[in-house]
Design a protein around this ligand. Structure first.
Ligand code: AMP
Length: 415
C-alpha cells in the first residue's frame, strides 16, 4: 500500500472489503437477535459534553482520567469523543418521560480511547451493546446474559466463557472498600506507587490488577462477596440459578470488579481463549446512574467488535465467507447492445438483481475476463444478432454451458 502523509492516526483504521463482510454479518445478526428480545436501536452522538462522561462513569476511572479524547470547541466548550456507550444511552433514557422508564435499547458504533495501541487495544474501536432499564431484578440480569449467549451463537462463536461476580449495592460500597483497605493496609508500603494511589482512589481496581506484586498481596485479602450483605449474595445466587435453569453455565470470579464506578450487583465478562492477553470480548453489569435528577437503574453489556472478530478468526472463520453473492454480468457486443444492456441492467437492479457491465465498448474476451474476475456465475451476452431476434444468450460460468432465452424466461431465471 502506498504510504501517505494522510494515513489514519495510530490505533484507528479503515475497515474495507473483505474484512468489512464479517462486520456486516455481525451487525445484521445482532439486529435480528436484539429484535427477538424486543430491543430497539438508539444512535447517540459520538461527541458529547465531557461532563456527561465524568459524571456518569466516575471521575476516578481510568477511562475518564487517562483515556478520553477531549477537546475544546470554538466556543470553549469542553467536549469528548465517547469512550463507551452507556453514558450517552442513559442521557437519552433520562431525557424521556414514561416511555423510557422500561427502555430496552441497543447501539453499535465507534468508541474512542487514547490507550497505548497494542494487540487487542485500538484507539477507535467498535462496540455492540445494549441497556435494559428497570429496577434491580436478578431475572432481568439473567435475561440479558441469556441474550448475550444467544448472540454469540448467532455469530457462530464457540468456546466463549462467562465470568460473573457481584459488587453489591452502593450502600454497602463504603463498608466493602473499608474492609479491603483494612486487609491491605499492613502491606501498603510494598505496593507499587500507582497501586498505592489506587488504594486511596479506587481500591476495587487493585483486585483485578495484572501486577504480580499486587496479585500476591491481594491473594490474602477477603473477596468482595465475603464483605457483602446476605441480601447481595442472595441476588447473585438467584442470577446464577436462573441461568442454570436456562441451561447456561457461568463461572464465578471473585476478582472481577470492572473499571467503572456505576456498577451495582451483577458484573460479568465474556472471555475467549483465542484472544491472548486482552481476552475480554465483552463487559457487562447492572448499574445505577444519577443523571438530571433521575436515577436510572439498568443492566447492559458492550461487546468489542474487533475482539469478537479476532476470536472468530482464531476458530477458523474468515471474512471472505460472508462476501456478497457475485453479480450477474452483462456483456455487450457493439454500441447499440451496450445501450440496451444499460436499460436491462437498470430494470434488473430495480427488481432486486445485482448486476454489472462494462460501460465502454470492449472486445468480448476482455469482458469475459472481467466477469471471471468478479466471480460472476451468470453472464448475459447480447450483440446485434440477439437484439434483432429479441433473445439473450445466458452463459452459466460454473458449468460452461449456454442457452438462448427470450425476455420472460430471462426474468424468471434471474428473479
Ligand atoms: P469496557 O467498556 O472497557 O468494559 O469494554 C467492553 C469491551 O469493549 C471489551 O471487553 C473489549 O472487547 C472492547 N474494548 C474495550 N476497549 C477496547 C480497545 N481499546 N480496543 C479494542 N476493544 C476494546
Amino acid at each position: 500500500m502506498a504510504s501517505s502523509q494522510f494515513q489514519p492516526i495510530q490505533g484507528m483504521s479503515d475497515i474495507a472489503p473483505p474484512d468489512v463482510y464479517i462486520w456486516q454479518m455481525l451487525e445484521a445478526r445482532a439486529r435480528e437477535v436484539f429484535a427477538r428480545y424486543r430491543f430497539e436501536e438508539v444512535r447517540t452522538p459520538v461527541l458529547e459534553k465531557t461532563a456527561l462522561f465524568t459524571h456518569s462513569l466516575g471521575d476516578t476511572t481510568d477511562v475518564v482520567t487517562k483515556e478520553m479524547y477531549s477537546l475544546e470547541d470554538r466556543g470553549g466548550r469542553k467536549l469528548s469523543l465517547r469512550p463507551e456507550g452507556t453514558a450517552g444511552s442513559v442521557r437519552y433514557i433520562a431525557s424521556g418521560a414514561e416511555e423510557t422508564a422500561n427502555a430496552r435499547i441497543y447501539y453499535m458504533g465507534p468508541m474512542f480511547r487514547c490507550e497505548r495501541p497494542q494487540a487487542g487495544r485500538k484507539r477507535q474501536f467498535h462496540q455492540i451493546g445494549l441497556e435494559a432499564v428497570g429496577a434491580p431484578n436478578p431475572l432481568a440480569d439473567a435475561e440479558v446474559i441469556a441474550l448475550q449467549i444467544n448472540l454469540l451463537s448467532a455469530w457462530g462463536l464457540e468456546g466463549a466463557k462467562i465470568r460473573l461476580n457481584t459488587i453489591g449495592l452502593p450502600e454497602e460500597r463504603a463498608a466493602v472498600l473499608e474492609g479491603l483497605r483494612e486487609a491491605i493496609r499492613p502491606r501498603l508500603s510494598e505496593l507499587p506507587e500507582d497501586a498505592q494511589q489506587r488504594f486511596e482512589t479506587n481500591v476495587l481496581r487493585l483486585l483485578d490488577s495484572k501486577d504480580p506484586i499486587v496479585q500476591e498481596i491481594i491473594a490474602d485479602v477477603p473477596s468482595v462477596t465475603e464483605l457483602l450483605s446476605d441480601e447481595s449474595r442472595a441476588y447473585l445466587d438467584t442470577v446464577v440459578e436462573t441461568l442454570r435453569g436456562l441451561e447456561i453455565d457461568v463461572e464465578i470470579d471473585t476478582s472481577l470488579v470492572r473499571g467503572l464506578d456505576y456498577y451495582v450487583h451483577t458484573v460479568w465478562e465474556v472471555v475467549h481463549d483465542g484472544l491472548g492477553a486482552q481476552n475480554a470480548l465483552s463487559g457487562g453489569g447492572r448499574y445505577r446512574i444519577q443523571i438530571d435528577n433521575k436515577t436510572i437503574d439498568g443492566v447492559g453489556f458492550a461487546m468489542g467488535v474487533e475482539r469478537m472478530i479476532a476470536a472468530l478468526e482464531a476458530t477458523g472463520v474468515t471474512a471472505e465467507q460472508f462476501a456478497p453473492e457475485p453479480a450477474v454480468f452483462l456483456a455487450s457486443l457493439g454500441e447499440t447492445a451496450l445501450k440496451e444492456n444499460l436499460l436491462l441492467m437498470q430494470t434488473l437492479r430495480q427488481r432486486g438483481v445485482a448486476c454489472e457491465m462494462e460501460l465502454t465498448a470492449r472486445k468480448i474476451k476482455a469482458q469475459m475476463k472481467r466477469a471471471n474476475k468478479f466471480g460472476a456465475k451468470t453472464v448475459i451476452i447480447r450483440g446485434d444478432t440477439e437484439l434483432e431476434k429479441g433473445i439473450f444468450v445466458v452463459k452459466n460460468m460454473e458449468e460452461g454451458t449456454q442457452q438462448e432465452v427470450e425476455l420472460p424466461e430471462l426474468m424468471e431465471l434471474l428473479i
